[in-house]
Design a protein around this ligand. Sequence first.
Ligand code: IPE
Ligand code: IPE
Ligand code: MG
Length: 244
Amino acid sequence: MTEGTQSEDRSIPVHIAIILDGNGRWAKAHGLPRSLGHRQGCETLERIVEDCARLGVQYLTVYGFSTENWKRSEEEVGALMSLFRLYMKKLIRVANENNVRARMIGERSRFAADIREGIDRLETETSGNTGMTFVFAVNYGSRDEILRAVRHYAMDAVREGKTEEEIAALSEAAFSGYLDTAGMPDPDLVIRTSGEQRLSNYLLWQCAYAEYYFTPVLWPDFGRAELLRAIEEYNRRSRRFGGR
Ligand code: IPE
Ligand code: IPE
Ligand code: MG
């Protein structure tokens, strides 16, 4: 596993994954509708993308909308879709100002055509950037991702007429290439806000050896200081990858 860049005596994780949570509780605490919590959460996201890029993080993967989140009220899902429309454009600017390449993971076909186009534009218009890769997980669920990968592999195997021996020789590295995160290193540090301590179907395969940092801070209140605390805590851990 590669070590992160050294900065101010800290080792910066190569890949940070964030499960942003607590927008709804933040709104409730401020007597506001949930949609305003999400809006505030988007602003936090912009700042964190900038902070991570400046710190030298190479990959930032943020969980924005899960495959399970469609079960929320029609009103809330509608508000989130409107926010995506708006923020997809804003993210192009934030990404380009910070030399950040943006990518989406998750299953896109369920989104309206204009949102899919927005995702395509965000990826194309930031593809020439050479700094941090920012990955936004929308309509993402790990089980869904793994199932799609298995189906894809099986279809390829049939089409290419693979033998039983060839199928039995499928390696972890080759299978990883079928996941949405193909080509990316696994997360080193996973941060979840709002006091919840679960993965909620996020990057199950990829987080096999990640370190976890849970904070009670609600996502709209998450800032650079809390990000640095998470990185400091990560630096205090002695990382093990089995067998040692
Ligand atoms: C996270 O905040 C944003 C999404 C999951 C879209 P929540 O909306 O889950 O906020 P809480 O958990 O209800 O406070
Ligand atoms: C996880 O948050 C999904 C995202 C952050 C997008 P949720 O708030 O939806 O997760 P649960 O329902 O508390 O597990
Ligand atoms: Mg939540």
